[in-house]
Write a protein that binds this ligand. Structure first.
Ligand code: AMP
Ligand code: GLY
Length: 431
């Protein structure tokens, strides 16, 4: 079996690692793989977002399955191009990928499907946005509607900041074309949760709920990043909450997408706020989340491939389920000094020997490169260090111990990933 993985970050390394376990004999290929992925897959030297070139390669090699990791090639229609050539793809077509690529589209869909989310208005005109924001109560959230690499949402504590954010997007070119349409929405109070649904467009298998720590600094301070860590499972995600997410959010949205002529085959990611009045949608993504995937897949006992194949072949996953380890996993991201601002690449990385790690400590590569046999930093987020344990405390200890023995100049990490779970344990036990 030939499998192509499109993308080359930490998420794709975790996917390659899991697929290698699910199908040891499969022939894996990956687009411009980082050194971690390159140990598991044959390199295809094409940029992941070059739809034309990847399609041409796939036409020649005819993979039995292509998994598209990042949102950009999905939004550009790589899924459609491959399907048109009869190639099985895990990942939605461009019309369904709009659930991530256009926040305005996602909001309309949610309104039609009565899915709980923040009240909002969409604007393309600055005077109209100005009038609306001036009359609204702070805090207010202003978002670029298009793809902005996770940085297009600005939580504004005051009306003045919201006006400035909206103005910069609608008249100042902030976020380019992605900011020419904006969504202004109500601020939701609560704890965030990520729920991943593997779906054939009708039925969905929900993965273990996880949590992503997006802010750069400990205690959730500082600017938003692509994610500084993650863990699973999440104590606030009770069975009742997950049931609500399935019935009130995932199922109606899949139906809404079918009704819009945009059936979704792949991984639908619901970014949620667990508010006093139940789970509400912050955003949808049309793909696996990064860095949640790195914590989730080491806990997945059943085969991911067995679910991906029917989804990619226009089959059904009705009645399917995932099996999970009983314990927990926690992912500490090691970043370059300065990230998410400017940072330097090319710092030499020292990793612990693989024989010391086995299955309970996993190191997934994100921004790394190999130069003459030396492993160097090559991005803001460099590595994901995932500890697996019988409980979250053990997982955290293993992840941090692993993070501590990895060395590179400027190594930056948050030592408090999972703090919300530890403080909710404390709340639950009254300590
Ligand atoms: P997004 O790009 O929509 O995922 O937003 C990025 C981050 O901004 C989210 O993970 C939240 O932390 C925060 N955020 C976005 N929308 C809201 C909202 N309506 N209320 C509170 N926080 C929000
Ligand atoms: N973890 C957030 C994202 O993947 O967009």
């Amino acid at each position: 079996m030939k499998i192509l993985i499109v993308g080359n970050g930490g998420r794709e390394h975790a996917l390659a690692w899991k697929l290698r376990r699910d199908a040891p004999a499969a022939e894996l290929f990956a687009t411009q793989p980082n050194p971690g992925i390159a140990r598991l897959a044959t390199a295809v030297d094409l940029p992941p977002s070059d739809v034309g070139a990847v399609t041409l390669w796939a036409e020649g090699t005819r993979p039995d399955l292509t998994i598209i990791g990042p949102e950009v090639p999905l939004a550009l229609g790589l899924g459609d191009a491959l399907r048109q050539r009869g190639l099985p793809v895990f990942g939605p077509g461009a019309s369904a990928a709009r659930i991530e690529a256009s926040k305005a589209f996602a909001k309309d869909l949610m309104a039609r499907a009565c899915v709980p989310t923040a009240a909002h208005r969409t604007f393309t005109s600055w005077p109209e946005a100005q009038a609306y924001i001036s009359a609204a109560d702070a805090p207010i959230v202003v978002k670029a509607s298009g793809l902005a690499a996770g940085k297009g949402a600005i939580v504004c504590p005051s009306t003045g900041e919201a006006l400035a954010a909206a103005k910069s997007m609608l008249t100042g070119g902030a976020f380019g074309a992605a900011g020419s349409e904006i969504v202004v929405e109500e601020f939701m109070e609560g704890e965030e949760l990520s729920v991943f649904a593997l779906t054939d467009g009708h039925d969905a298998v929900l993965m273990l709920p996880s949590q992503d720590y997006k802010r750069a600094g400990e205690g959730d301070t500082g600017p938003n990043t692509g994610g500084m860590g993650s863990y699973a499972p999440v104590p606030i995600a009770t069975e009742a909450t997950v049931g609500l997410v399935r019935d009130r959010i995932i199922s109606p949205v899949l139906e809404g997408l079918r009704d819009a002529g945009a059936p979704f085959r792949g991984l639908l990611y619901a970014g949620l706020m667990i508010t006093g009045s139940g789970p509400k949608v912050v955003e949808f993504n049309c793909r696996f989340g990064d860095p949640e995937t790195q914590a989730l897949l080491p806990l997945m006992k059943s085969s991911l491939l067995d679910l991906m194949i029917p989804i990619a072949r226009d089959g059904s996953i009705s009645g399917a389920a995932c099996d999970w380890e009983d314990g927990a996993a926690l992912n500490t991201v090691l970043a370059s000094a300065g990230y998410p601002g400017s940072y330097e690449n090319g710092k030499e990385i020292t990793l612990p020997p693989r024989s010391d790690r086995q299955d309970r400590l996993l190191v997934f590569h994100a921004g790394t490169r190999d130069t003459d046999g030396r492993l160097l930093t090559n991005g803001g987020r460099v590595l994901s260090v995932v500890g697996v344990g019988g409980d979250l405390e053990e997982a955290r200890a293993r992840s941090l111990a692993g993070a501590d023995v990895i060395r590179f100049e400027g190594k930056t990490l948050r030592r408090d990933i999972g703090w919300r779970a530890f403080s909710s344990d404390a709340r639950a036990t009254g300590s």
